[in-house]
Design a protein around this ligand. Structure first.
Ligand code: 13P
Length: 256
């Protein structure tokens, strides 16, 4: 079982001012919760503001993306070096980046290598589309995707993996707990193949896709699901805090 982790992916939402307020509200709402690593991932322009709001708390800040090269003529991009001191995590290979910016597993692998060099924990996202699932190819797609995305990462690295089926993101149609468990177990087995069983069991594997206060327990009560990657519900401090609390109840109490 990996460490319990709940991550808020704010996507392209909130101004800098709103981001600071939201981070403070979340910080206050989860101040009584122990044992769950909470990571907030605002847009780049708000990373500094959110980092300021979370100073002195156990909450961490993550970026939503990052370029794989050190520096250079890459208009509009942000490097690992620029994020140093501001973030501890970076989301890589989110399906929206794969879909809208043609990011491939090979690129995700390069980004993950750069993130680790910078000392960040990559949060590597994989997920099948609806048609891939309907064609019975979900397992094959996920296995190939995670193995390629992890290729090039050295043994002993710390990373997080998120299973986010494309059809469940922002649709209100979450996977069932058992669908998510099956895929997260498969991901753990793939990590064991790429590295070893010890790495597989200590890696945090999260489910993402229409997670909210009402269904969080269904996921985090599953053996191979260590937490959640939350989109829409992470923009509401109370809803997000409720997911964090549920994760603490299900996973922290069960591991002591
Ligand atoms: P929703 O929680 O809005 O479905 O988004 C999930 C997601 O993409 C998190 O990265």
């Amino acid at each position: 079982m990996g460490r319990p982790v709940v991550i808020g992916n704010w996507k392209m939402n909130a101004t800098i001012h709103q981001a600071g307020l939201l981070a403070s509200a979340i910080r206050n709402s989860v101040s009584d919760v122990n044992g769950v690593q909470v990571v907030l991932c605002p847009p780049f322009v708000s990373v500094q503001e959110v980092s300021n709001s979370l100073q002195g708390s156990g909450l961490k800040v993550g970026a939503q993306n990052m370029h794989h090269q050190e520096k250079g003529a890459f208009t509009g991009e942000v490097s690992a070096e620029m994020l140093k001191g501001l973030v501890t995590h970076v989301i890589l290979g989110h399906s929206e980046r794969r879909r809208d910016f043609n990011e491939t597993d090979d690129l995700v692998s390069l980004k993950a290598q750069m993130a680790l060099i910078a000392g960040f924990q990559p949060i590597i996202c994989v997920g099948e589309s609806l048609s891939e699932r309907q064609e019975g190819r979900a397992e094959e797609v996920i296995s190939t995707s995670i193995k390629s995305s992890l290729s090039g990462i050295g043994p002993g690295s710390d990373f997080v993996v998120a299973y986010e089926p494309v059809w469940a993101i922002g649709t209100g149609e979450a996977a069932t707990g058992s669908q998510a468990q099956d895929m997260c177990q498969l991901l753990r087995d793939c990590i064991a193949v790429v590295f070893d069983r010890e790495t597989a069991s200590r890696t945090s594997i999260l489910y993402g896709g229409s997670v909210g206060p009402d269904n969080a327990a269904e996921f985090v009560s599953m053996r191979d699901i260590d937490g959640a990657l939350v989109g829409g519900a992470s923009l509401d401090a109370e809803q997000f805090a409720s997911i964090v609390r549920t994760t603490a109840l299900e996973r922290v109490s069960s591991s002591v």
